[in-house]
Design a protein around this ligand. Structure first.
Ligand code: SAM
Ligand code: SF4
Length: 455
């Protein structure tokens, strides 16, 4: 095929967007483009956007502003806004950025190649944000897999129908739809045969996988993935607390490749706020799931998402979130200051908390979490942990007790434990993607230090 030029994709947002960008790049490559990592070299630029919080949306518009300047110098450049902001703003994106050629929503990727063709033939300003019933399937491009030790994302379902009152996802990613097990397994087998060892299955609520389609359950899907020889580790995100079933807890316990780590977003420790968020569970429901999880899967790492300063959240209610953190002792948390999203119902809620108060609460929360992260990391000292090797460490870490001259001779490698903690260790160029046993010697706030067990 004749080369169409160079393609550059700028990705903002979550793991699902990273996955979507890989799919968009596959389409571009099948349309004759080659990937470039240099924006100025590109003949087509895609900005794959996120609108979960105001800041993410502004990051997209700021990048697209820079793109406008490039387009002036390079008028043949095709400029594309894709994903959640495109879906949300549609035609209005063109009002703000008149030099954009294509606005393509989250469910229209199947039309991408056709739209590029139309622009090349002279059609201008195309907006495609029509919801689709079918999930667009395209096999990932594995021609240049380099990071064999890193997790590759595989989206197993799209959309969300939980309608949490703060969240844009149900509006910009549409109705919940699950991919077929056959399509998912075929994709994972392809990734495995190209050397990938770990995959992360993605969905906004993986616990409801296949229910609408009357297909196999998520736990049954995990069992099938567990049988794929080339894959050594399985992760998944995100589990929704109200739908976390016993079947899934047992699958985490029994399937050897499923990592002992669960991301279970709670959002708040106050029942009144949880109700206002429309989360569909209480603090007590959450605790009982955590209790069961810890009983069935001893040592499991648990992480969560939290929002501070949701409309009308009082200081006491915020303190209930801190209390919940003290009770669960999370391994890590992703916490965010509530951000008004005009299309989500909470934007109209009364009792907005001011920005300064939100950042004070956020800082207090992070300080508390540092204590528990440190505590959980220290529990691993002296233990032998299987670590999936990602490659050479970028940072040179001081080997505890090691002299400067020895440091220079020691190659620092890096990898991850099942609980997703970063481990640096002294190793001699160990192959990416291998799982090695590491004795944990030291724990730091954001990483662990260890040595090869038995070395
Ligand atoms: N589906 C997942 C769940 O419900 O747990 C999470 C999806 S969302 C992409 C990731 C996180 O962003 C949420 O868990 C929530 O903590 C945060 N988030 C979503 N909307 C937000 C908003 N308006 N302001 C602040 N944080 C928000
Ligand atoms: Fe958003 Fe709630 Fe759906 Fe998660 S479950 S994507 S927070 S609406």
């Amino acid at each position: 095929m004749k080369c169409s030029g160079a393609a550059y994709i700028y990705t903002i947002g979550c793991q699902m967007n990273v996955y979507d960008s890989q799919r968009l790049m596959s389409i571009l490559k099948s349309s004759g483009y080659e990937e470039t990592k240099v924006l100025e070299d590109a003949d087509i630029v895609v900005c794959n956007t996120c609108t979960i919080r105001h800041k993410a949306q502004e990051k997209a518009y700021s990048f697209l502003g820079r793109l406008g300047k490039l387009k002036k110098k390079k008028p043949h450049l095709i400029s594309v806004i894709a994903g959640c902001v495109a879906q949300q703003d549609g035609k209005n994106a063109l009002k703000r950025l008149p030099y954009i050629d294509i606005v393509i929503g989250t469910q229209s990727f199947s039309n991408f190649a056709k739209l590029i063709d139309q622009v090349k033939k002279g059609r201008s300003k195309i907006v495609d944000i029509e919801p689709q019933d079918m999930i667009f399937e395209i096999m990932p491009d594995v021609s240049d897999v380099i990071d064999k030790g890193r997790s590759r994302f595989v989206t197993i379902m799209q959309g969300c129908e939980n309608f949490c009152t703060y969240c844009v996802v149900p509006y910009v990613r549409g109705k919940e739809k699950s991919r077929t097990p056959e399509a998912i397994l075929k994709e994972i087998e392809l990734l495995g045969s190209s050397g990938i060892k770990e995959i992360t299955l993605l969905g906004q609520n993986v616990n409801s996988y296949g229910i609408k389609e009357n297909n196999i359950s998520f736990a049954q899907l995990l069992k099938k993935v567990n049988h794929i020889d080339s894959i050594k580790r399985i992760r998944f995100a995100t589990s929704y607390p109200k739908d976390l079933s016993d079947e899934l807890i047992f699958a985490i316990r029994d399937l050897e490749k499923v990592c002992m780590h669960l991301h279970l977003p709670v959002q708040s420790g106050s029942d009144r706020i949880l109700k206002r968020m429309n989360r569909g569970y209480t603090k007590a429901d959450y605790f009982s799931k955590i209790e069961k999880l810890k009983k069935e899967c001893p040592g499991i790492a648990i992480s969560t998402d939290l929002i501070v300063g949701f409309p009308s959240e009082t200081k006491d209610e915020f303190n209930e979130t801190l209390d919940l953190m003290k009770q669960v002792e999370f391994d890590s948390v992703f916490a965010f200051a509530y951000s008004d999203r005009p299309i989500a119902p909470a934007a109209k809620f009364s009792g907005k908390v001011d920005d300064q108060e939100k950042s004070l609460r956020l800082n207090e929360l992070f300080l508390l979490q540092d204590y528990y992260t440190d505590k959980n990391n220290k529990k691993l000292i002296g233990k032998i942990e299987p670590v999936l090797v990602e490659g050479k460490s970028k940072k040179t870490m001081r080997t505890p007790g090691d002299a400067e001259e020895n440091m220079k001779k020691t190659i620092q490698m890096t990898g991850r434990t099942e609980s997703n903690k970063i481990v640096h260790f002294a190793g001699d160029n160990i192959e990416q993607g291998r799982v090695v046993d590491i004795k944990i010697e030291q724990a730091y706030p954001h990483s662990l230090w260890g040595t090869l067990a038995g070395a």
